[in-house]
Design a protein around this ligand. Structure first.
Ligand code: PXL
Length: 280
């Protein structure tokens, strides 16, 4: 069994960050160790959310693990609240990384051309430093645009995506993967570049015209889980994209669907079936 450390906030209610990463990675058969960076009453799309920063604890928790000689096969980071937190996470990665550790970074900080309310341009540039030390990064086009200074576009062609991937690669990450990439009308998916063999790879499925919070975290958690199963990049993207799309479709059919997240709990069975069908 692979052991993965995931470092993100706990939004107690909200179906994002640790409350999706932990159940999805566990369901995929990985021992999932969590390092919560902050506890929020809800994610930041709610009004008047509370937030307790846990930065002071991170050093103590990780020192304890070090003394216990704990190691990880992978480290996966998501939403991080401040620039200081990003610096702390960079230190934690260097403390636990060895030749075999796979480091995944989802620089969760914005969507649809804008950053989430808590963030600014300096924060985005700081996230670029974290991306520079990762083996795989999973930004969407908004996040990539803030990190690379390539202007965000709603309409684009494949060359725009390739330019962005090359700019992300130049930040220092050998395998950047852009999410939310649409190569033709009515389609969406992900597009990656493997700098080790200079190959591009992508997967497209049908676009469901609904935007939901937390779907980026779901896509990343499943992609990380699939890579840890040893699946090829093509298969990992396919499973992550199909699972996310199916989950949105199922949510849309639920008359009591919450506005703040998707019903990923209802589709975990489907995820396991897809993994079984796509064994490498
Ligand atoms: O899904 C990303 C995310 C994670 N955690 C918190 C958030 C968000 C997005 O807004 O607010 C606290």
């Amino acid at each position: 069994m692979k052991k993965v450390l995931t470092i993100q906030d706990i939004s107690c209610l909200g179906k994002c960050s640790l409350t999706v990463a932990l159940p999805l990675l566990s369901a995929m058969g990985h021992e999932t160790v969590i390092l919560p960076t902050a506890v929020l009453s809800t994610h930041t799309m709610f009004k008047n959310f509370t937030c307790k920063d846990l930065s002071d604890e991170l050093e103590k928790i990780t020192e304890h693990w070090k003394k216990e000689n704990i190691t990880f096969d992978a480290i996966y980071t998501g939403y991080l609240g401040t620039e200081e937190e990003i610096d702390t996470v960079i230190d934690i990665i260097s403390k636990f990384r060895n030749d075999k550790t796979m480091v995944f970074v989802d620089p969760a900080m914005g969507d649809n051309g804008v950053l989430y309310p808590a963030f600014d341009d300096n924060y985005a540039k700081h996230n670029a430093k974290l991306c520079a030390i990762a083996d795989y990064i999973l930004p969407n086009i908004t996040e990539a645009s803030y990190m690379t200074d390539i202007p965000y576009r709603e309409e684009y062609d494949e060359n725009y995506i390739k330019d962005m991937l090359n700019a992300l690669y130049k930040l220092g990450c050998p395998i950047p993967i852009l999410t939310g990439v649409s190569l033709s009308k009515g389609k969406t998916g992900a597009y990656g570049f493997n700098g080790k063999n200079t190959q591009y790879f992508y997967y497209q499925n049908d676009l469901i015209d609904a935007r939901y919070h937390g779907t980026g975290d779901i896509f990343s958690s499943v992609a990380v889980g699939a890579f840890l199963k040893g699946l090829s990049a093509e298969k990992a993207l396919k499973i992550a994209a199909d699972y996310t799309a199916n989950t949105i479709a199922v949510t849309l059919k639920n008359p009591e669907k919450p506005w703040y997240g998707v019903d990923f709990e209802a589709t975990i069975g489907l995820l396991l079936k897809m993994l079984e069908e796509n064994k490498d």
